[in-house]
Design a protein around this ligand. Structure first.
Ligand SMILES: [Zn+2]
Length: 351
């Protein structure tokens, strides 16, 4: 394993950021190249824990000469976000300086213009330099895995339909409880990588066999435990082996969980502000009309509570960890059998 650092100069005097990059050299130039990164949203740590144990496993097979693919791993992809402690609370999702989500506004370019990402870095601020460096590394790979987590959440992933069902092996290896089939229409890291591949030539590709760019949601923010991280590391290792990155025999069971388009996700929002009392939890199957939450809009008053009910039957995939919610705040994502009646804009479900 080789360790290097990318230095990103800060936007003020005396500041610079150091981004550690770990690399394993593969023996087979024809094996798919791998890019794995964690904690682009700097406060989402299950992926960082996963890659710690994954690297342990990779070092073991490396010494046995069993690594076939070049594998690049960035255990914590966002040192800028990790340093944003605001009134004692880590702000890892948005850049405080520009209010931009760290996982949006990635350049939408063709893969043939990859070199241009880092050609004139002096023209960009530190966050954009970081984004361009990450994208530049990832576009060298064939399989790109961006490790995130949700708030309170099942294990799931956003997978562009261009990679489905080929990517069911990843869903199986990581024991995903749902797959959300995305439309490739946002500027998130994973979708910018897919965009670059789709636009390699003037004719846009709709299928990308042998490629994968995916956002994995490794459960919730607080699901950072040794056993979980080791199990996830084992799962990702098995996926890499199944794709030929490691000379290690493995058989993956077929994926049997739901794979639903984003149009079938009911985003349950708070109709009013208040204290939320959840009746149902992640992982539960609910029926149409079932009571999901009570919101105490005017606590103590006879008419001070409202009910939030399920618009259709489905599986509760995520839930907010906030218990005081603002009007229109996201309460839950429910994966359903039919499209939501609420019209969705193309792109990501959340800001
Ligand atoms: Zn995230």
């Amino acid at each position: 394993m080789d360790r290097s650092e990318i230095i990103i100069s800060g936007d003020t005097a005396g500041m610079e950021w150091r981004l550690p990059v770990l690399r394993f050299k593969g023996s087979d130039p024809k094996a798919p190249k791998i890019h794995i990164q964690a904690a682009l949203h700097a406060n989402e740590l299950p992926g960082t824990a996963l890659v710690h144990f994954l690297c342990e496993k990779l070092r073991a097979v490396e010494s046995a000469g069993e690594i076939r693919s070049d594998i690049t791993i960035i255990p914590h992809a966002n040192p800028i976000g990790a340093a944003q402690s605001h009134f004692g609370e880590l702000q890892g999702r948005f850049d405080l300086g520009t209010r931009t989500n760290f996982n949006r506004e990635f350049p939408l370019i063709s893969v043939k213009d990859r070199d241009g990402l880092v050609a004139e870095l002096d023209r960009y601020n530190a966050v954009d330099r970081l984004k361009r460096q990450l994208m530049h590394m990832a576009l060298e790979a064939d399989l790109v895995i961006d490790l995130h987590c949700d708030d309170e959440s099942l294990q799931y992933a956003y997978i562009d339909e261009a990679f489905w069902p080929e990517a069911a092996d990843l869903a199986s290896a990581l024991d995903m409880e749902a797959v959300l089939l995305s439309d490739g229409e946002s500027s998130a890291f994973e979708e910018a990588i897919g965009y670059a591949w789709k636009h390699e030539t003037s004719e846009k590709k709709t299928r990308l066999p042998g490629k994968l760019s995916v956002t994995v949601e490794l459960r919730g923010m607080r699901d950072v435990y040794p056993d979980m991280a080791k199990k996830d590391a084992e799962g990702l290792f098995n996926f890499l082996a199944a794709r030929g990155a490691i000379a290690h025999p493995v058989t993956l069971a077929p994926f049997t969980g739901p794979a639903v388009p984003l149009d079938n996700i009911e985003m349950i929002r708070a109709p009013e502000a208040g204290t939320v009392l959840f009746h149902r939890n992640i992982g539960e199957e609910i029926k149409e009309g079932e009571l999901l939450a009570t919101i105490l809009t005017r606590p103590g008053m006879a008419d001070g509570a409202i009910e939030v009910r399920a618009p259709q039957a489905g599986l509760i995939v995520t839930r907010t960890s906030s218990r005081l919610v603002r009007r229109r705040a996201d309460l839950m994502k429910i994966a359903c059998g039919a499209a939501s009646k609420v019209v969705r804009k193309p792109g990501a479900l959340e800001n």
